[in-house]
Design a protein. Structure first.
Length: 586
């Protein structure tokens, strides 16, 4: 079992408090006052019994009664201040942590996302951060407040009768041992709960985004069963923490009862022997009962905090994950490039076991359209992934205009590379906002010009709302071809020197493909382009065709040259041509 260090995690959480120190200090002052008012009341009661009642002193009685009223009025004021300020600090810290986490996710390399399920990452930002909120915002307030009452009561008891206080304190080691015993178990149980919650979020994310597949395979019942298992797992993980917290409280209460019994017994004897006044014993008992409450609450809060620290561990794990692809400290800005791309002896694998590219050499001249073809899994997309540094080469080098891509800033590199993938992600926003994603400061004229060049202007005008039409979740309100044309308009607006078209037309039917291809041809004019395509008919006109198999270049040349070689390309072409003539356009 993993061991977690509570103190370290809490210290790390407390580091986030720094910017809010002032507010926290005021909040703690308010707490001290509000807690102190609790401690003063038994003293007043002692005086009522021992002085006022014994001496029949109405004047002091009136003073004490007015004093109690004023005390409670002040207490209300401080209570408000403390709750408001502590909540403010707590929520702010949680907000800051969430922001830090989100910023960190934006810089983590793609390999991080490859290794994790989307739902799991989402759960980190939602469920885990929410659990943290409970730890900091809710429990920290109560913890400090109860601690003030606890210490105040103890000090008063020492003043009242120190011997009796020491007797009461005998239970302290018992309480500490029990809290520790349950605490470590609660922390592990908390990890289990957060893990199961992440499983549910992952399953939800998968089943919502895959709803079409589920319906088409009639797998609703299967999915429900899968969900029920996860839901049940979560339930039992939660019950485990409930069992622990529910056991902890009776233990602590029993220890408190032992203390109160000891006070009544020893205190009773002391009053009978004349070592203590009756008022002092009553005040002492009120303190002891007062004390039991914070002890119980603190043990409860401790349990809660342990559970929340489990969530903190998960958040910190993510924050501590370093990106595999990092910008150098002395990275330079890649100047406006011509588009000379050179892969020199590049080897790369996603998982260190199965090489995706080995000793890959390729030189692309500015303005050239180079097509990458080959069987599925050959390594074509990998070539495209290395260019914008989604991943870094394991060995060899990749240069643009002679500069290694690892020596330049991400922004200046990616600014000059445009990517049109097979399935474009559109955001649930207007067409205009989606096109603007290519260059945020583009003018209306530039947006329209880009849409026109992408063969998208006409269909956009036909949509209700035109450029203000909302495209739906992931662009669901548009057809595949329309989505690709928006993606092309985006790329045109970005105006990159280098283009990567990764199967940009393979999800489209022939009719739609023609329109998109025309837009792509326009987009490629004057730029260096790397085109990945399964349909060889779409790459016939490329300046240079590179055939990749098992991470190596096996053939290269023009369409004609490759056909004449009667190799893999000629084979692939023959198979596709045969399929087409049989009416099975692949
Ligand atoms: N994110 C990833 N994590 C692990 N392995 C991967 C990842 N992406 C690709 N691979 C593996 O790397 C190899 C090359 O994949 P790549 O996607 O480059 O092939 P491809 O030629 O583009 O295939 P396709 O035409 O089917 O898209 C394959 O064996 C694939 O399984």
């Amino acid at each position: 079992m993993t061991q977690y260090n509570s103190l370290q995690s809490y210290k790390r959480l407390l580091m986030f408090i720094k910017p809010y120190k002032k507010r926290l200090v005021i909040a703690v002052i308010c707490m001290a006052f509000s807690g102190a008012s609790n401690v003063v009341v038994p003293w007043l009661i002692k005086d009522v019994i021992d002085k006022v009642l014994a001496n029949k002193d109405i004047y002091t009685l009136n003073l004490i009664v007015i004093g109690i009223l004023i005390l409670f009025l002040l207490r209300g004021f401080f209570y408000f201040g403390q709750r408001y300020l502590m909540s403010y600090v707590g929520q702010k810290i949680v907000n800051d942590i969430r922001e830090k986490l989100y910023r960190h996710l934006q810089v983590l390399s793609l390999s991080y996302f490859d290794r994790r399920k989307t739902g799991n990452i989402m759960s980190n930002l939602t469920n885990d951060v929410t659990a943290l909120q409970t730890a900091i915002a809710g429990n920290l307030i109560s913890f400090v407040q109860e601690a003030v009452i606890l210490i105040g009561s103890l000090v008063s008891m020492l003043f009242l009768y120190w011997r009796l206080t020491l007797l009461t304190l005998v239970i302290v080691p018992l309480v500490i041992f029990t809290i520790n015993f349950f605490g470590s178990r609660l922390r592990l149980a908390g990890h289990e709960v957060q893990g199961k919650l992440a499983d549910i979020t992952t399953l939800l994310e998968e089943s919502i985004s895959g709803i079409r597949i589920i319906r088409s395979f009639n797998r609703e019942d299967y999915e429900i069963k899968r969900f029920l298992v996860q839901n049940d797992n979560n339930f039992w993980a939660l019950m485990q923490t409930t069992k622990l917290t529910s056991l902890l409280t009776p233990f602590i209460q029993f220890f408190a009862a032992i203390a109160v019994t000891a006070i009544i017994w020893y205190g009773g004897i002391s009053v009978i022997n004349g070592d203590m006044t009756a008022g002092a014993l009553i005040a002492f008992l009120i303190y002891a009962i007062n004390l039991a409450n914070p002890v119980r609450r603190i043990s409860e809060i401790y349990g809660e905090i342990q559970k929340s620290l489990a969530a903190a561990d998960r958040v910190f794990d993510t924050l501590d994950t370093e990106s595999d692809v990092k910008e150098k400290n002395d990275a330079v800005t890649l100047p406006f490039v011509k588009g000379n791309i050179t892969f020199h002896e590049v080897s790369f694998s996603y998982d260190e076991e199965h090489p995706a590219l080995t000793h890959f050499n390729l030189a692309i001249k500015p303005g050239q359209v180079v097509a990458l073809v080959g069987p599925s899994g050959a390594g074509k997309s990998t070539v495209a992934n290395l260019l914008p540094r989604f991943y870094d080469v394991n060995s060899g080098s990749l240069t643009i205009d002679g500069t290694d891509v690892r020596d330049v800033t991400f922004a200046s590199l990616r600014q000059q590379i445009g990517l049109v993938p097979q399935e474009t992600l559109l955001f649930n926003a207007t067409i205009r906002e989606n096109i603007l994603y290519g260059r945020l400061d583009a003018s209306e004229e530039e947006i329209v010009a880009a849409a026109e060049a992408a063969n998208a202007h006409e269909f956009i005008l036909e949509l209700p709302g035109g450029y203000d039409a909302v495209v739906g979740d992931r662009g669901s309100a548009l057809s595949g071809g329309q989505r690709q044309r928006i993606a092309i308009a985006r790329a045109i607006l970005k105006n990159p020197r280098i283009l990567i078209l990764d199967e940009a037309t393979s999800a489209l039917d022939t009719e739609s493909e023609k329109i998109v291809q025309a837009a792509l041809d326009r987009l490629m004019e004057g730029r260096t382009a790397v085109v990945i395509a399964h349909r060889l008919s779409t790459v016939r006109n490329a300046d240079h065709i590179v055939v990749i198999d098992h991470g190596h270049i096996v053939e290269e040349g023009t369409h004609k040259e490759l056909l004449a070689q009667h190799g893999l390309y000629a084979n692939l072409y023959a198979v596709q041509f045969k399929d087409k003539s049989e009416g099975r356009n692949t």
